[in-house]
Design a protein around this ligand. Sequence first.
Ligand code: HEM
Length: 284
Amino acid sequence: MSTAIEKHDIHSQRTTIRRHGFMTRVTHWTWAFALFFLLLSGLQIFNAHPSLYIGEQSGFAFDNSVLSIRTVRGTDGNAEGLTTLFGRSIDTTGFLGVSGPQDSRVYQAFPGWLTVPSYHDLATGRVVHFFFAWLFAATFISWVAASLLNGHLRRDILPTLSDIRGLPGSFFEHLRFRFHHDRSYNGLQKISYAIVLLVLFPLMILTGLAMSPGMNAAMPWLTEVFGGRQTARTIHFVTMLLLVGFFAIHIFMVFAAGPLNEMRSMVTGRYRIDPEPAEGGAER
Ligand code: HEM
């Protein structure tokens, strides 16, 4: 995040700064694009075996499933979607297990509109997933290298003590939809971006590698660190859910804070900040 002043508009008392560096913008849009395909191809792969387990084993003989999405025959003879989470089952007909209009029902865990390809094709799903997984991993490594070199990580992402102290205030400001357009991220932004960039992204890549047979041969300890391949798969899935949750709030915040200014900052780098409070004036 660069703070060099570009333009000062005396009429509106607003200043435009260069907020995001080139690498921040390029990596952001590359992983937004890659994550879109990773999500949809990942759900295609999940559909091939729509159950998650904790531990080393999986299959009918074991009782270690934490989530399963199945198609079952209901009491009226019709197919129903049944999702079981930690032993509690709910009817998810219409979305999970069974989806689509009555005359062309689809019997798979996630509906076709949430998978790539939209029809059942595990082989293509895997090709798409692995292509974007490498793109995502390469983008992440480039982001880490660039952010260490240009100071973005230390300056803009890692929360300081005063960011952490200011968290409750920042949280209530967000709840009241009061957004400040400052030079740097606020504490809440820093913490959520730090969790995404420094915890969820590496966890996604490492649990993905832990499931790969090639990596198992080269680094068997990686799978063991995550408690076995099945647990790694479950952590991979939960990380995906957390990223989807982050994404929903992220987009909501972009719109709430002023989408034009926010989007412009991530596309061109330029960002309009609020006027500085006059000297001796009231604090915001
Ligand atoms: C179409 C979708 C997206 C839009 C419109 C969007 C928009 C933005 C904008 C405007 C910012 C800058 C916020 C600011 O300057 O205050 C930003 C930053 C960020 N976004 Fe997104 N975003 C999208 C998708 C994603 C996705 C899918 C992820 C990851 C799951 C993500 C993660 C982040 C992170 C980590 C940052 C901080 C980047 C840094 O400073 O290095 N975004 N996004």
